[in-house]
Ligand binder design. Structure first.
Ligand code: FES
Length: 158
């Protein structure tokens, strides 16, 4: 079985021969390598990354922000909350009561509030601290994350 590289090389050879072009071996190698991608490599699902410095709200412990990351939380918003110098919590920003987005962020408060029926969730971990006006909410789903203090990159696992 021929590899993709061999197939490309043969194609380039035949294509250049048929039109009478003269390419040197290094030129052909350059063209082939420029076309090469590792089509058999599995996508990197080891985590999504966030550069924390891109979010000024996270510059202080207790800060919180919302982000949308493709492939995380069905691409719905998530909270990133700085709970210690080098520790962050990541949890869904979709209310577990009836699905409204929780976006009422008071940086000074210890919790965030859903605007629909006033459920409140702890900024530190997304746990329910106040049930909605009627019905019941459960804790916001969390996503494991690790922070590299050397690079300032937070890696989140879907
Ligand atoms: S949808 Fe959030 S409290 Fe009802």
């Amino acid at each position: 079985m021929k590899t993709t590289t061999e197939t490309r090389r043969r194609f380039l050879f035949q294509a250049t021969s048929s039109v009478g072009l003269m390419l040197t071996a290094p030129m052909i190698a350059s063209i082939v390598s420029g076309c090469e991608t590792d089509e058999t490599a599995a996508p990197d699902l080891s985590g999504l990354t966030v550069v924390v410095a891109d979010y000024p709200e996270l510059s202080v412990v207790g800060g919180i922000t919302t982000v949308i990351l493709e492939g995380l939380n069905n691409s719905d918003p998530v909270f990133i909350s700085r709970i210690d110098v080098n520790t962050y919590a990541v949890f869904s920003a979709i209310c577990t009561h009836q699905g409204c987005q929780v976006f009422d962020i008071d940086q000074q408060a210890d919790s965030v509030e859903c605007p629909c029926h006033n459920a409140r969730y702890a900024k530190s971990d997304g746990s329910v601290v106040q049930q909605p006006d009627s019905g019941e909410a459960t804790d916001l789903p969390r996503f494991p994350s690790t922070f590299n203090s050397s690079t300032g990159i937070l890696t989140i696992n879907p």
